[in-house]
Design a protein around this ligand. Structure first.
Ligand SMILES: [Zn+2]
Length: 299
């Protein structure tokens, strides 16, 4: 079994978003598709490993956000079986609600950022549940329920490694910086704490986050990510209590992250790649929504 990282060169930037190609005894399996806008790059990467699209019979997506599953409909239509969280599955078959909600966030940037999102034929979509085992290309992937980033999020375990989607955060190749993708509407602080503990308890030898490449220091990564999760949630909480307005809070949150990055010696270019993987305003909006649901700052 071999695992290859396929860099999708999202928005012309390397090391931002990847898909994973796993070559099993009976052929290739894909984990994640990237968005429609990087489908051509994904095909080129597969070809570099000697595979044509029709060789890919099995595709696992960790969740249905556009940077992870945006091209899944294209694969489903050409005969690939798509495995996806049962909550997300209906939205791959009929993406109208998913696209309407994304359009509210991205507006006229939708096409440039994400490209085409095609619906999937229902028979090509297999809804999966916590604890399920997926048999694909002679490999067994175990499904782990991992909410906190989204309610429709799974981590896929393969032997002693895991494909973590966004559940273990963002860590770009060669960078010491961790980043928290906390988009609205489902970011949930304490639920995500439970997910990190669950991943840590599995003692994986390596993690494969979708942004963007393998992580070997698993415990250190998860501990640092947990610290960031807590710090970011509390940072936004305190600003809501202070009455900081949304746009000002975005500026302050970017500055807070820029200072964290600078303290670690992260270059401006690398910092920009983090912002491409995960625009900071999105986490401000996601964490704010979480606190408002709890009644913080609603007086
Ligand atoms: Zn996501």
């Amino acid at each position: 079994m071999q695992i290859h990282t396929l860099d999708l060169n999202y928005q012309g930037k390397p090391g931002v978003t990847v898909a994973y190609l796993i070559v099993g005894p009976e052929g290739p399996v894909l984990v994640e598709t990237g968005p429609g806008s990087t489908l051509k790059t994904l095909h080129e990467r597969l070809a570099q490993h000697g595979f044509a699209p029709q060789d890919v019979k099995h595709l696992l997506v960790t969740h249905i956000h556009l940077d992870h599953a945006g091209a899944s409909g294209w694969w489903a239509r050409q005969g690939t079986q798509v495995y996806v969280h049962h909550i997300g599955a209906p939205h791959l078959i009929d993406p109208s609600k998913l696209l309407a909600s994304a359009t509210r966030i991205y507006g006229d940037q939708m096409d440039t950022l994400w490209g085409e999102f095609l619906s999937s034929p229902a028979e090509q979509v297999t809804p999966v549940y916590d604890g399920d085992e997926i048999q694909a290309a002679g490999l067994t992937f175990k499904v782990l329920e991992t909410p906190g980033h989204a309610n429709h999020h799974h981590v896929y375990q393969l032997e002693d490694v895991a494909f973590t989607g966004d559940a273990a955060g963002i860590c770009l190749p060669g960078s010491p910086l961790r980043d928290l993708p906390a988009p609205p509407p489902e970011f949930n602080w304490e639920v995500w704490q439970g997910t990190i503990a669950k991943i840590r308890a599995c003692n994986f030898q390596r993690l494969y986050p979708t942004h963007a490449g393998p992580v070997d220091e698993v415990n250190q990564h998860l501990d640092e990510f947990r610290e960031l999760l807590d710090a970011a949630a509390l940072f936004i909480h305190d600003h809501i209590l202070k009455g900081t307005g949304r746009d000002e809070l975005v500026d302050i949150y970017v500055q807070w992250n820029r200072e964290r990055a600078a303290a670690m010696g992260v270059s401006g270019d690398d910092f920009a790649r983090y912002a491409t993987a995960n625009p900071f305003y999105m986490s401000v909006d996601g964490i704010t929504r979480y606190w408002k649901k709890k009644g913080v700052g609603n007086s």
